[in-house]
Design a binder for this molecule. Sequence first.
Ligand code: ZN
Length: 183
Amino acid sequence: MKSGIFFERDGILNLTKVERGHQVAPLSFDQFQVNPAATEPLQKLKAAGYVLLATTNQPGLSRGYLPRRELDRMHALLKQRLPLDDILVCPHDETDHCPCRRPQAGLLMEAAFKWHLDLERSCVISDKWQDAQAAHVAGCTSLMMKSPWIGKGHHDFVLSNLSELAQKIDQLFSSNLLLMHRP
Ligand SMILES: [Zn+2]
């Protein structure tokens, strides 16, 4: 079994706008900008042998304001710029009550099955509480980037920026803290 590193897409792997205190995800390829700060940490983690996966809630697909073609173009660019093994998308709206929309853990479970991942030895990187909660349900360790959206629920670690990520993950795995801090 392998270890996976899950990255929330919006705000971590691509840049987002903030409007009225909320992150606004890009709705067209023209608005999509890969986060330059993600390149180096992802390259380091890829070289260290982790399976790298992006996860994203894109309710605009089912609500009808995000064309699938635009999303496909964004994700083709993301895979070209970053060494991602897979990009997992929840296309649903809250009202669909699907198992894959974070804070639910469905996307993590699906990826674990597909990529033979040991979720207890996998990490979730995000700036939002929904991913910390999904990580907690799935048994992954959550590393949150400091942001206004972390919330007060369970999360394991908070980092001030992505440049600290590869070293932190290396430290967690080499000291076996990933397993030890679990109840
Ligand atoms: Zn879903």
